[in-house]
Design a protein around this ligand. Structure first.
Ligand code: NAD
Length: 264
């Protein structure tokens, strides 16, 4: 353990899923206390056991059932760190991509609203209560990382309009927060992952070979990304190693958004 987050208190939302769990493991290895927040109680308990097994030397690794679209739940999660000394790192990572999300014509309004409530409002609530906690504890630095997506940067001909719009909102919101809070020492950065080998996408693709191929031909590296590759970037953004990185759209995509054509 090199202790890049020694003494820091972190909250990870969506902590039972692909990126969230890998990030929690890295944060724990680097000396952080972590509150793992997720809507799925069962997955969260399994994830907590895994972290404790993999990082026996970890500090506090606690869990909270939290629906990020409910402000009272997010507030309670953040305030539960007050006895620890308040939050230093907030990773607003929970998100959904709904199976009935589609194009402008076919996306049902309730799916649009559900997606914005979790992916956008959930991130806003996380940012809001992180700022309040940082101020309450008179902190002069803090790092907030919000998970967006490459679809906030490039359009996709395989539509998922509510999701794409929600991630664009995360990117724009994060940039503005970065500037508003810069003089307080609070940094805000977005993570923009490419399509990944995590349940969010892989469950949705299932064994549909055509749907997979439609995506794989656009990857310069020829493969989906792994959650751990995102977690390494989140660790950098969370730690003081990135002390002058603020308002950045941090793209971890194997070059996908820079490709015109891809290697054969
Ligand atoms: P995942 O499905 O493995 O994990 C997401 C986690 O969020 C799950 O544990 C789920 O229970 C939790 N969650 C869902 N709704 C919640 C809510 N209302 N409140 C709290 N927790 C909730 O997905 P992942 O791939 O690890 O995705 C994490 C983030 O990365 C998401 O914001 C996603 O949009 C983004 N992302 C994923 C990909 C990809 O290809 N997987 C690509 C770009 C961006």
């Amino acid at each position: 353990m090199s202790g890049r987050l020694a003494g820091k208190n972190a909250i990870v939302t969506g902590a039972a899923g692909g990126i969230g769990l890998e990030t929690t493991i890295l944060f724990a290895r680097e000396g952080a206390n972590v509150l793992m927040a997720d809507i799925s109680e069962e997955a969260l308990s399994r994830a907590q056991v895994k972290v404790k097994q993999l990082v026996p030397s970890a500090g506090r690794i606690e869990t909270t059932i939290c629906d990020v679209s409910k402000e009272s739940a997010v507030q309670a999660a953040v305030e539960s760190l007050d006895p620890w000394g308040g939050v230093d790192v907030m990773f607003n990572n929970a998100g959904i991509m709904h199976a009935r999300d589609d194009d402008a014509v076919n996306t049902p309004e309730d799916i649009w609203d559900l997606t914005q409530n979790i992916n956008v409002k959930g991130v806003w609530f996380g940012c809001k209560h992180a700022v309040l906690s940082l101020r309450r504890h008179n902190k002069t630095k803090g790092s907030i990382i919000n998970t967006a997506s490459v679809v906030a940067l490039v359009g996709s001909a395989t539509p998922q309009l509510a999701y794409t719009a929600s991630k664009g909102a995360v990117l724009a919101m994060t940039r503005e927060l970065a500037i508003v809070h810069a003089r307080e020492g609070y940094r805000f950065n977005s993570l923009c992952p490419a399509p990944l080998n995590t349940p969010l996408l892989q469950d949705w693709l299932g064994d549909d070979k055509a749907k997979r191929h439609r995506r794989e031909i656009h990857f310069p590296t020829g493969r989906f990304g792994e959650a751990i590759e995102q977690a390494q970037a989140v660790l950098f953004l969370a730690s003081d190693d990135s002390s002058f990185v603020n308002g950045h759209d941090f793209v971890v995509d194997g070059g996908m958004t820079k490709a015109y054509v891809t290697p054969e």
